[in-house]
Design a binder for this molecule. Structure first.
Ligand SMILES: [Zn+2]
Length: 438
């Protein structure tokens, strides 16, 4: 069965990659209709619903014999663009070469769509139906530009179709080698986004006489220097606290304890420390700046844009306090341009227990650790819409580790080891039985 499932998942992924769904424009319809036909034939009730005819979302339900929890396997099938000239295989070839499937979406995240759908098909075709609760397979469009026509639209317009108690999505699962161990990250939370502009003012003048004006751009220099010198103080939320503990880095006593834990991690494993650090607090990254329109005019105003990420559950007031802590109170104005509070699911749950048990069986000696994403996925939308839902990012890979997969996402030569397709599809098949038959 395992070999068949790996083969089916591989072929399905190749098919999905060959449908170009670069977003914009997305054009996911043909791909979605193909999946819908397969799922319907296997016995699922399937709905295609979208804000635009060319961009339907897919919801497939396998009803259980009795009431129980709804498990949702979620994925998105749009991708970012790809520049074919930079690739060693055409990004829409879906080539199978060297033990990998190559193409845009091979990691983010048509691979997970393929594994989830192949697992669901194999269960349904074998005659399996949930004893308690429903199995949902939800495949959305439009994630790569924020999900407005995908997860957000479905949760707003068709909440009854997609409501669920457990959700598995992208965001975690690649094995992390650490101190001789094999750790699997389960993503339990996502940071919020509080992007802002900083404005400074001065007086215009001819640039040939610098002191005749008051240069607004120069007033950015100390602000930039402060952001270069440090990040705001830590805000340790549940996920990262549990992560540090499972790395053997217990945090004792407030902020000093977090810094001490991070320093020990840096000494042990600087690569992992680099990834863990942003999970521990508000981060500030200045990315864009504007001054004068003309080379010979001293700017009377300047604008700086900062991408600011905030731990789950913390809002504008908290973000502002952390920003002021670095930038100071005076010499600039600040306006938020985008505000979204991050959210989280409990670290401990039935879903987490089932993941832990599965890995003990299927990769003995490995361990599960909670992680949080500095970015965000559709999980955030589901957590907001269904506050009781336990949503995790988890797609187990063992043959390619986190340091091998991460640089390929949104990059050239994106590819996945076919053994990981089999591994993940087996996980999704087993987890359905475990959660819905138990
Ligand atoms: Zn993605």
């Amino acid at each position: 069965v395992a070999a068949d499932l790996q083969q089916e998942t591989t072929e399905l992924l190749q098919r999905l990659i060959r449908c170009n769904t670069v977003n914009p424009p997305g054009n996911e319809r043909v791909l979605q209709e193909g999946l819908a036909a397969d799922l319907r034939d296997a016995g699922f009730e399937v709905e295609l619903r979208g804000a635009q005819p060319e961009r339907p979302n897919l919801v497939a339900r396998l009803r259980g014999a009795a009431d129980g929890p709804t498990l949702c396997l979620l994925s998105h099938v749009d991708t970012v663009l790809a520049t074919a000239a930079d690739w060693s295989h055409d990004p829409w070839s879906g080539d199978l070469a060297g033990g990998f499937v190559w193409g845009r979406g091979a990691l983010d995240m048509k691979s997970q769509t393929a594994a989830e759908v192949a697992a669901a098909l194999s269960l349904a075709r074998s005659g399996w139906r949930p004893a308690h609760g429903d199995l949902l397979v939800v495949v959305v469009v439009d994630e790569e530009v924020g999900g407005e026509l995908g997860a957000m639209w479905m949760c707003e317009h068709h909440p009854d179709l997609v409501r669920c108690d457990y959700l598995l999505n992208e965001g975690g699962g690649a094995v992390i080698p650490y101190d001789g161990e094999r750790l699997y990250g389960v993503c339990v939370a996502e940071k919020g986004v509080f992007r802002f502009r900083v404005l400074t003012e001065g007086v215009a003048g001819h640039a040939s006489i610098p002191k005749i004006g008051d240069n607004a751009l120069l007033k950015m220099a100390p602000l930039l220097a402060r952001m270069g010198a440090r990040q705001p103080g830590y805000d340790l939320t549940d996920g990262p606290r549990a992560l540090l503990e499972s790395l053997g880095l217990e945090v004792n006593g407030g902020v000093g304890g977090v810094e001490a834990a991070l320093q020990r991690l840096r000494a042990n494993d600087p690569d992992l420390a680099l990834l863990v650090e942003p999970m521990l607090g508000v981060t500030l990254a200045p990315t864009r700046i504007w001054g004068s329109e003309k080379i010979n005019v001293i700017p009377a105003s300047a604008e700086l844009r900062v991408d600011c990420r905030v731990p789950p559950g913390l809002g504008e007031e908290h973000a502002l306090a952390r920003i002021r802590e670095v930038l100071g109170e005076d010499g600039y104005r600040l306006e938020f341009t985008e505000e979204r509070v991050g959210n989280q699911s409990p670290v401990q749950s039935r879903l987490m227990d089932v993941i832990i048990d599965w890995l003990q069986m299927n990769d003995p000696g490995s361990r599960v650790v909670p992680t949080i994403l500095p970015g965000f996925t559709d999980s955030r939308t589901f957590r907001d819409a269904f506050p009781e839902c336990v949503a995790y990012g988890f797609f187990p890979h063992r043959h390619m580790n986190l340091y091998e997969t991460s640089p390929l996402i949104h990059a050239a030569d994106e590819r996945i080891d076919v053994r990981d397709l089999g591994f993940a599809a087996t996980f999704f098949r087993d987890i359905c039985k475990e959660l819905l038959d138990g």
